[in-house]
Design a protein around this ligand. Sequence first.
Ligand SMILES: Nc1ncnc2c1ncn2[C@@H]1O[C@H](COP(=O)(O)OP(=O)(O)OP(=O)(O)O)[C@@H](O)[C@H]1O
Ligand SMILES: [Mg+2]
Length: 290
Amino acid sequence: MTMHEPQSQSRAAGAPQTPADVHSRPLCLSGKGVTKVFGVGGKQTLAVDHVDFAFHEGELVSIVGESGSGKTTLAKMLLGLLSVTEGEISFQGKPRDIRTRRAKKEYWKGIQAIFQDPFSSFNVFNKIDTVLLDCIHMTGGRRLPYAEKTRLMEEACSFVNLKFAELTNKYPFELSGGQMQRLMIARVFLLKPKILLADEPTSMIDACSRATILDMLLQLRDEIGMTILFITHDIGLAYYISDSVYIMEHGRFVEHGTADEVICAPKAAYTKRLIGDVPKIYEPWDLSTV
Ligand SMILES: Nc1ncnc2c1ncn2[C@@H]1O[C@H](COP(=O)(O)OP(=O)(O)OP(=O)(O)O)[C@@H](O)[C@H]1O
Ligand SMILES: [Mg+2]
C-alpha cells in the first residue's frame, strides 16, 4: 500500500486532511446544465447559468463567489426550494424526482441546509424542543419513549455546546444569532443527512465560535460520512477546509478542482482576483502595514 501524500506543503498546518479516496467515491449529488432564470418577459435575471457539478460521498466542497454570483440560488435549487429552469440534478446517481410532496419529504431526509440567515430556517411558532423533536420524528423515532427522545435532544445540544434544559420552552427568536446557528447544527446532528448545504453558516458569529462551528461540521462529516457543500465569499477559508473548490462568477462555474489545484494554480482571471484579495494565503502577515 502506498502512503497518502499530503496534498500540499502550503496548506496550513492542522488543516483537515482530505480522505485519500474522496474523489473516487460514489457520486452523491451531480448536475448538468443547471440553470435558473428569475422573472419573465423583459425583466429577467439569469442567476445560475448552465452549471455542471459532481459532488462525492463524504467530500467537502466549497462554492466560492462574490455577492450576487448565484450561490444561494444554486443551493435552493439543490434543496428543491426553487424550481430548475433548465438542466438536471441527480441524487445518488439517479435523476432526482421531487415532483410529489411525498418524494420531496423523502429527499429532504437526505439533504439538509444551514442558511445565511438562521432565523428564516425555523417556524417561529415552534418551541425549540419541538424543532428538535421533529428531527427525531423525521428519522423514524416517533415511537421512542420520551426519556430516550430527551436523551437524544440533550446529546445533540451538548454536541454544539448548548444546554438543552435552558432551551426548552424557548422560541427560536429568543436565541442569539450564534445560538441559533448552533441549534441548526444540533438539528443536523439528529438528522444525519447524506448532504449538508451550509450557506455562509458562520456569518453571524465571532471568529472563535466560527472555528468551533467549522470544527463541529468537520467532525460530523468524519463521523457520518456526510457530503458538505460550503458556500462562502472567503476563498482563504475554502482553501483551508475543502477537498474541492468551485468558483462561481455571474452564475457560472469559471473554475473547479481540488483546493490545491484551484487556489495554488488558479487559471481563471476571476479566481486570481479573489485570491489577490487575500494575500495571507501565501504571505506571512506584515503587521507594520496593518
Ligand atoms: N427571488 C428572486 N427573484 C429575482 N431575482 C433573484 C431572486 N433571488 C436572487 N435573485 C438574483 O439572482 C442573483 C443571484 O443571487 P444569489 O442570492 O443567488 O447570490 P449569492 O451568490 O448567494 O449572493 P450573496 O453572497 O450576497 O449571498 C442576483 O442577481 C439576485 O438579485
Ligand atoms: Mg447568498
